[in-house]
Design a protein around this ligand. Structure first.
Ligand code: ZN
Length: 250
């Protein structure tokens, strides 16, 4: 990998010297004392803050990008119980520090695919205000912030907005997912003057059919962003079935 962990884009910060908020975060959540996935005791040298067992059991996806309805899209991992544990720890158990480890995994994929050179701007899939208020954060935006720091890209967390709350996608089939999300995401007009010059890397923690990502692309296109690539932390391999049991049976 050719990750540049020394520079931090245009933010004037350096990676070698953590920001104050990151130092505080390290005090509250000492990173890499315990595996972020299973909780085993580890030392600081473990990659991504994961123990050897979990690293070996992650479903590493070494593929390049595929096309979903004409949009280049990819994922770092195939979604299974280990990946789910990490995502659930962040989203539902409030372990915000896991966003750093997820971002580190995504940063290696971004750099391996050269997406940091191609895209320039990270835009996270938005969460509806009510959900964000309930959870306290948007996990994709949190990952995006760390990903920007690691890759030297910029992150614009509010370029997209959820215009209505949607039902959870988990129990829906592919057609229902499209219907559920249709028209639910809009471009934030305050970025209208910048849109034409932005090449966007849309990111999310997870995808199945890609219907949410495609709705984000539609919204970005409508705002004038023509170049959109999508990368998720994990993707469910059996995308056509919508069958959680099949995806989890790895
Ligand atoms: Zn572990």
């Amino acid at each position: 990998m050719t990750m540049n962990r020394e520079s931090d884009g245009n933010q004037g910060k350096t990676i070698g010297h953590k920001t104050l908020s990151e130092k505080l975060s390290d005090l509250i959540f000492p990173q890499h004392l315990y595996c972020g996935c299973c909780g085993n005791i580890i030392d600081e040298t473990r990659k991504y803050g994961l123990c050897d067992h979990c690293l070996a059991h992650f479903g590493w996806n070494t593929d390049g990008l595929e096309l979903i309805d004409g949009m280049a899209a990819g994922a770092c991992l195939d979604y299974g119980i280990y990946e789910r544990t990490l995502i659930f720890g962040l989203k539902y158990k409030g372990r915000k520090y896991l966003a750093r480890d997820i971002a580190a995994i995504m940063a290696d994929k971004v750099c391996a695919l050269g997406l940091d050179k191609i895209c320039g701007t990270i835009v996270p899939v938005p969460l509806h205000r009510s959900k964000e208020r309930k959870r306290g954060f948007n996990q994709a935006a949190l990952i995006g912030k760390h990903l920007a720091r690691l890759t030297g890209m910029e992150c614009i967390p509010d370029m997209l907005i959820r215009t209505r709350d949607t039902a959870p996608m988990r129990s829906l089939g592919p057609a229902e997912r499209r219907w559920n999300i249709e028209g639910g995401i809009a471009f934030n007009e305050k970025y209208a003057s910048l849109a034409s010059e932005k090449r966007v890397l849309l990111i999310d923690d997870f995808y199945t059919t890609g219907s949410t990502a495609l709705e984000c692309r539609r919204a970005l296109n409508s705002g004038g962003v023509t170049d959109v690539t999508f990368l998720a932390f994990a993707a469910r391999r059996s995308r056509d079935t919508g069958d959680a049991a099949a995806a989890m049976g790895r």
